[in-house]
Design a binder for this molecule. Structure first.
Ligand SMILES: NC(=O)c1ccc[n+]([C@@H]2O[C@H](COP(=O)([O-])OP(=O)(O)OC[C@H]3O[C@@H](n4cnc5c(N)ncnc54)[C@H](OP(=O)(O)O)[C@@H]3O)[C@@H](O)[C@H]2O)c1
Length: 292
């Protein structure tokens, strides 16, 4: 299958390249294709004429988005709009990735795809606008909402924690926000499960895909340090304090609980996702020899 991947240098883009050897991949990083440029997007899709497009490009700086609204909407709404229109024109399916931050966290239990959305910040609003644009402009689309993405590449929570854990003895981490960490590798594996399905007309729509075992940022940090020590990384941190969101003010408000029910995805694509603890082991193994 010929697959065009945008934003190929990010966490997801990198893992899509690693896992995509069974396919012919056209990988385009930000410098090679700016998804905000409608003409360049139409040209690339017409030139490569892939069997599917995966949009791994996004503006993901949640706090920065609060003061950089125009850029966040350009990448997260206008970019997917351009891709959706070009895909529709050429009859190509579009796999687009979205976020748990479209929810406000006030729901009981895990969110299902049809639950009402109500983003709390600019990042979530811009991603929601991207979802709506994809739905409006493309008939053969999959929107995958995921959460708390981590990997050995680009910027993410695990890398930040390990870097701080090497430098500092005491750290405070927020313990009252609940979510599901998801490795970019498992997300990529899920995307290939979609692409390798028969792509019949019943599958198009919105899905949730994250790894099981909800935790908090505190729990995720603790697990990262435990795993790093198991793998003989030299961690200076000896005191990890659980702190409240109220004691760690950030520009963007985040949902208290953004757990998502992923059974629609696992049933439709017969997909079993690993627990994040297993992925964390693999990521830390890679990070042991990498620059944090
Ligand atoms: N990271 C998370 O915790 C998280 C959580 C939930 C959902 N998601 C979603 O998951 C998807 C993948 O996220 P990720 O963590 O892999 O993101 P990432 O590591 O931040 O990568 C995003 C990539 O998009 C590129 N990009 C930015 N603007 C672009 C543009 N205008 N045109 C083309 N490329 C552009 C970036 O390149 P430059 O760096 O060169 O600009 C970067 O390589 C995104 O849709 C994100 O919203 C992520």
């Amino acid at each position: 299958m010929k697959i065009l991947i945008t934003g190929s240098n990010g966490q997801l883009g990198t893992e899509l390249q690693r896992l995509g050897s069974a396919h012919e991949l056209f990988v385009l990083d930000h410098d090679e294709l700016d998804i905000c440029d409608a003409t360049a997007v139409s040209q690339a899709i017409a030139d490569f004429f892939p069997d599917a497009v995966v949009n791994a490009a996004a503006y993901t700086a949640v706090d920065r988005a609060e003061s950089d609204c125009i850029a966040a909407f350009a990448v997260n709404r206008d970019g997917p709009t351009n891709l959706a229109k070009a895909c529709e024109l050429n009859g190509i399916p579009l796999i687009h990735v979205s976020t748990d931050y479209v929810f406000d966290g006030s729901g009981q239990g895990a969110y299902v795809e049809s639950d009402p959305v109500a983003p709390l910040g600019v990042y979530g609003e811009s991603k929601l606008a991207g979802e709506l644009a994809v739905q409006q402009h493309c008939s053969r689309y999959i929107i995958l909402r995921t959460s708390w993405v981590f990997s050995a590449h680009a910027n993410n929570f695990v890398k930040t924690m390990l870097r701080l854990g090497i430098e500092r003895e005491t750290l405070g981490v927020v313990a009252d926000q609940h979510g599901c960490p998801t490795s970019a590798a498992e997300l990529a594996r899920g995307i290939y499960a979609v692409l390798e399905s028969d792509l019949n007309d019943s599958i198009w729509g919105v899905y949730h895909l994250c790894q099981p075992e909800p935790t908090t940022w505190f729990g995720f940090a603790e697990a990262s340090f435990d795993e790093a020590r198991k793998q003989d990384m030299n961690m200076k941190v000896s005191t990890l304090n659980a702190i409240a969101t109220a004691d760690y003010p950030t520009p963007a408000k985040r949902p208290t609980s953004s757990l998502m029910n992923c059974s629609k995805f696992s049933q439709t694509f017969d997909f079993t996702i690993k627990p994040w603890s297993a992925s964390l082991q693999e990521v830390i193994k890679e990070l042991k020899h990498a620059k944090l």
